[in-house]
Design a protein around this ligand. Structure first.
Ligand code: CAA
Ligand code: FAD
Length: 389
């Protein structure tokens, strides 16, 4: 009774989404991408336009202002945008698959009306309105249960104190989903998750990181000093916070896997076109088998990554457990992105080492996909624990 029908044909709707994302990436993201990277300039205009197109709440139900699309469409859109600008796509991924998904899947009706609807539209009162996901701390990265941020139940509200770091959309977001310890005695069972507004007293946006890659994305440390969090802003039951983080991250990892897929396929396409025109020893370099074989391996690994991303999306859309498939997609696609982008620089020779040819940026951007939303080692922990269970 476990017979699954495999269909490799995209629907009209999925193809339409892919084409819209491809056009958007070429016309709206490509101009200025090198400059934004160099100047660490947040792509506000691009995100606002993405929101207009419905790409900031792609999978959210139309009832809450979303586009109501499936996860496969999300994979296709993430791939296309990441081919050109991974700083735009990380912002999109965090808002869609961590923040919107987390509130839609586990929030109350009131939380959905108040926060999800504007987050899915990426706009509130005419202003940019996006979210961030705050799990990591200076001493709790991979070891995510070691939370030092404390939310103390003081009767009418929680009092939030602590430091979160590496927060994507840290300054551009209006809403934070914050994991915090409420009962240290019970460890991971004593972690809760709260919706916190950036504008509340005691919330401090601290240092911006000067990064190797995804430099246009704004990554900040966020401090909480006696922040009063209303009780109705807790998501789920007391003690649900760590499970919330793990369940939400399983979907987030499909987003980052698709980002890695896009970086890899973008690098592969640039390398292929370059190999067709660049001449050395009297012929186009594609006629040297060393180059042709690199391209063959790139094409194969990119396709395998795409299949793993779409399989994880299929699992999610068909209500199967996707913890294993999303971790497999993420570790494979991110290693493919790193390898493919490095080889794309190699195929470009000296030209690959300068900014105008784009592949050096893709190589720098690829690295982060092996680190955030769970390092490659963490994905192998998740995979090995599941297969050996
Ligand atoms: N679903 C439900 N519950 C889960 C779960 C899941 N997928 N995974 C774990 N749990 C439960 C466990 O069952 C366990 O409960 P019991 O004690 O009752 O068994 C509890 O949570 C603790 O789990 P573990 O014992 O497995 O915890 P661990 O300390 O061994 O850590 C880990 C497991 C997989 C390494 C986890 O800590 C992890 O994923 N770490 C990486 C964190 C991460 O991905 N951070 C990303 C931050 S967001 C980000 O990065 C955004 C961005 O860049 C754009
Ligand atoms: P550590 O956990 O200290 O790991 C160091 C090394 O040890 C890694 O190679 C790791 O794989 C390895 N390691 C650790 N434990 C084990 C083990 N048990 N077995 C084998 N190897 C192990 N976090 C958020 O919450 N929200 C965000 O929006 C966000 N955005 C980010 C954006 C950027 C640009 C960056 C750099 C990070 C972001 N993060 C975010 C944080 C990110 O998720 C963490 O950096 C990541 O989970 C790793 O944690 P760490 O940096 O503390 O490394």
């Amino acid at each position: 009774d476990n017979c699954l029908f495999m269909d490799f044909q995209f629907t009209e709707e999925q193809l339409m989404i892919r084409n819209a994302a491809r056009d958007f990436a070429r016309t709206e993201c490509l101009p200025g991408v090198i400059e934004r990277d160099e100047k660490m300039q947040f792509p506000r205009e691009q995100i606002e336009k993405l929101a207009e197109l419905g790409f900031m709440g792609m999978m959210v139900s139309p009832e809450y202002g979303g586009a109501g699309l499936d996860t496969a469409s999300y994979v296709l859109a993430m791939e296309e945008i990441s081919k050109i600008d991974a700083s735009v796509s990380v912002c999109m991924s965090v808002n869609n698959s961590l923040v919107c998904y987390g509130i839609e899947a586990y929030g109350t009706e009131e939380q959905k009306r108040k926060y999800l609807t504007p987050l899915a539209q990426g706009k509130k009162d005419g202003e940019l309105y996006i979210g961030a996901f705050l799990l990591s701390e200076p001493e709790a990265g991979s070891d995510a249960t070691s939370q030092r941020t404390i939310a103390e139940d003081v009767g009418d509200y929680y009092l939030l104190n602590g430091t979160k770091n590496w927060i994507t959309n840290g300054n551009s977001a209006s809403v934070y989903l914050v994991m915090a310890q409420t009962d240290a005695a019970v460890g991971s069972k004593g972690i809760d998750v709260f919706i916190v507004e950036k504008s509340w007293p005691g919330v401090v946006v601290s240092g911006k990181e000067n990064k190797m890659g995804i430099r246009a994305s704004d990554t900040h440390t966020i401090l909480f000093n006696d922040v009063k969090v209303p009780k109705e802003n807790r998501i789920g039951a007391h003690g649900f916070g760590f499970t919330f983080a793990m369940k939400t991250l399983a979907g987030g990892r499909i987003g980052i896997a698709s980002q890695a897929l896009g970086i890899a396929s973008g690098a592969y396409e640039l390398a292929k076109e370059y190999a067709k025109t660049r001449k050395a020893f009297g012929t186009e370099i594609m006629n040297h088998q060393a180059i042709a074989f690199k391209l063959a391996d790139m094409a194969t690994r990119v396709e395998a990554s795409r299949m793993l991303c779409l399989k994880a999306a299929w699992d999610k859309d068909n209500h199967q457990d996707y913890t294993l498939s999303s971790s497999m997609a993420k570790v494979f696609a991110s290693e493919t992105a790193m390898w493919t982008s490095t080889e794309a620089v190699q195929i470009h020779g000296g030209y690959g080492y300068v900014k105008e040819y784009h592949v050096e940026r893709l190589m720098r951007d690829a690295k982060i996909t092996q680190i955030y939303e769970g390092t490659s080692e963490v994905q192998r922990i998740v995979i090995s624990r599941t297969i050996l269970k």
